[in-house]
Design a protein around this ligand. Structure first.
Ligand SMILES: [Zn+2]
Length: 261
């Protein structure tokens, strides 16, 4: 009964809140990694975006006005990781907050010795536990590059949300059966140790060195790479790539192979 009601509601939203073709096409064109998606995947992505925009507020702050194209782009990129999962992964928060630029969160935390630290470094994005996803408007597009590392702020922050579904952003989201938590942990731990070592000795890494910050950032950055530049992750950490294929239930590398790029 509950399932039927849910389905009925979804279908009503999909009927009433369809995205205009021109807007959808323009938003998709700006995201080159969508090129290899099958028509079936694109249709599902579009439905998920409509449901996402119905469920979440996308709110500009400090006078920032979010354009319909940006709203659509945020929705698409947020829905890419859950294309084969479900919108339920994003339950527990209401809004995506968009700032006119990078922002300083001013959050404080206490370490084990009781010393209070304060973060004053500007951020382009943040996923708050049980709170909103916060983004810097100019960084929403996918074409932002730092050096040669592919960056995708929206996928990054929503990967944190996926990770936080069972608590902290610790790089281990709740895994579906029959995936093994031990296998996931071992794979991520050894890849993370290797990556940290490379960053610590000053090696140039094609993957954003920010991934060396902590296991939560490692998962979020590698998720960006998985969806936007899958061959790089497959080459760098094939075992992580395999775990991601099982977890996200998609293999973005096959799409690249299909487009021949
Ligand atoms: Zn992060």
């Amino acid at each position: 009964m509950f399932e039927a009601l849910k389905r009925f509601r979804r279908e009503r939203v999909l009927r009433r809140s369809a995205l205009p073709d021109a807007l959808w096409n323009e938003a998709c064109r700006a995201l080159p990694f969508l090129a290899g998606y099958t028509p079936g995947e694109m249709a599902r992505l579009r439905d998920l975006c409509v449901l996402f925009l119905d469920a979440k507020g996308i709110v500009g702050v400090q006078g920032y006005e979010v354009t319909p194209l940006q709203r659509t782009s945020i929705a698409i990129q947020a829905c890419v990781p859950i294309l084969k999962l479900d919108l339920e992964w994003y339950e527990g928060f209401e809004n995506v907050v968009v700032y006119p630029d990078e922002f300083v969160p001013h959050w404080e935390w206490e370490d084990e010795a009781g010393v209070v630290h304060r973060n004053d470094a500007p951020l382009a994005g943040e996923a708050m536990p049980r709170g909103p996803v916060v983004l810097s408007g100019p960084d929403i597009g996918t074409s932002a590059h730092r050096g040669d590392a592919q960056m995708n702020l929206v996928i990054h922050e929503f990967a944190h949300k996926i990770d936080m579904r069972d608590g902290d952003a610790n790089g281990c989201p709740p895994l579906p059966d029959p995936m093994s938590r031990d296998a996931w942990r071992d794979t991520m731990r050894s890849a993370y140790a290797d990556f940290r070592k490379r960053v610590d000795r000053g090696e140039h890494t094609a993957i954003d060195p920010y991934a060396a910050e902590n296991p939560g950032e490692f998962f979020a950055v590698l998720s960006e790479v998985f969806f936007t530049e899958p061959p790089l992750l497959r080459r760098s950490y094939p075992e992580v790539y395999g775990e991601f294929v099982r977890f996200y239930r998609q293999d973005p590398g096959l799409r690249i192979a299909a487009t021949g790029s």
